[in-house]
Design a protein around this ligand. Structure first.
Ligand SMILES: Cc1cc2nc3c(=O)[nH]c(=O)nc-3n(C[C@H](O)[C@H](O)[C@H](O)COP(=O)(O)OP(=O)(O)OC[C@H]3O[C@@H](n4cnc5c(N)ncnc54)[C@H](O)[C@@H]3O)c2cc1C
Length: 311
């Protein structure tokens, strides 16, 4: 389903595929230009200490850093969230995601399509797309699994296992797995909506407050939207605690809706018998080919929102 022109025309923005490292570098460059000392690496926050006038972050080496506000943007295993709300209780979804990035030059006669592609099969699916002007192939392969494993950015999986998971699949997929320099394996867990995102001068953002399954490809997008709205609200002339409450009120319904949509997609891509595959993917294919605006319209609520517009 072509998106390039449709995205500009319908949602006034490009639909981009960006390598995570490139996005982080671009964001870092903007921060350092404005505030050269703003970023400190290797500083692990272990706790926070609130007071009436400020909040103090305690680092693992014992150092304390005090400010007006603490933003817990510390990801799915957030230390700040655990202190604010207690330990969470994630539910294993029964899915495991393989991830790899492979130079297209290594894929010979079997490069993935230049545009994003979902490959749907029995109880598993894969997504391929290109990065860095088409020179890299990105692969995410999701398979159903009985045993939960690590929920970690850095857990590496065995190539033989990945090949087994996609045995008999299209050579494009098998070639990517064969040539991947590294295959990461991430067990997918689900978490319910949090009761709150803020307390006093401490606030959560991104995966720390709304981790989601990757089936809408929107987790990082939601974190960036959060950051924009939070920055705008705290810039207003009013007590910071009130700004944090307004931020939560504005962002929570949207993030929760995207979490739910991602959960629904998990089932959609894993139809296991031929009849249900035909009944699901057939109409999707026909609509994508002949009535793309119908399909695009279903995503207006998601892609159509411009958080930079004044509200
Ligand atoms: C398989 C997979 C595919 C995905 N695909 C997409 C996609 O296509 N599009 C999309 O938008 N999203 C996607 N996502 C989701 C996206 O990666 C996350 O939603 C996003 O990274 C969340 O950003 P964040 O800044 O909230 O958290 P993170 O990216 O996890 O960053 C948290 C940061 O906090 C640091 N940190 C953690 N604890 C501490 C501490 N105690 N002290 C100091 N620092 C700390 C970490 O080192 C890290 O740098 C995908 C996720 C997965 C698993």
């Amino acid at each position: 389903m072509p998106l390039r022109e449709a995205s500009q025309a319908r949602w006034r923005g490009e639909y981009l595929h960006i390598h995570r490292a490139d996005l982080i570098e671009a964001l870092q460059g903007c921060v350092v230009d404005r505030a050269p000392d703003a970023i400190r690496l290797g500083a692990r926050v272990t706790a926070y200490e609130p007071s009436d006038t400020g909040v103090t972050a305690v680092l693992s080496d014992g150092e304390k850093v005090t400010g007006d506000l603490l933003v817990g943007a510390d990801g799915i295993h957030s230390t700040i969230r655990t202190q604010m709300l207690g330990p969470d209780n994630p539910r294993f979804t029964g899915n495991v995601a393989w991830r790899a990035v492979v130079p297209v030059a290594r894929l010979g006669d079997y490069p993935p399509p230049e545009t994003a592609c979902v490959w749907a099969g029995k109880r598993r699916h894969a997504v391929t797309y290109r990065l860095r002007r088409g020179s890299l192939a990105n692969f995410v392969g999701v398979v159903e699994a009985d045993q939960p494993g690590d929920e970690s950015w850095t857990a590496v999986g065995a190539r033989q296992q990945a090949l087994k998971d996609f045995r008999g699949w299209n050579p494009v997929i098998q070639r990517i797995i064969d040539e991947a320099p590294l295959l990461m394996r991430w067990s997918l867990y689900d978490r319910p909506e949090l009761s709150k995102w803020q307390e006093g001068r401490v606030v959560l953002l991104g995966d720390a407050c709304h981790p989601m399954l990757p089936f809408m490809a929107q987790g990082a997008v939601m974190a960036i939207e959060d950051a924009y709205v939070l920055a705008r609200e705290v810039a207003r002339e009013r007590p910071v605690q009130e700004s944090l409450r307004v931020y939560e009120m504005k962002r929570k319904p949207r993030a929760t809706r995207v979490q739910a949509a991602a959960r629904e997609n998990a089932a959609l891509f894993h139809r296991s018998n031929p009849l249900s595959q035909l009944c699901t993917y057939g109409p999707m294919w026909v609509a994508g080919k002949y009535l793309p605006s119908l399909v695009h319209g279903r995503h207006d609520w998601l892609y159509g929102l411009d958080v930079t517009e004044p509200d």
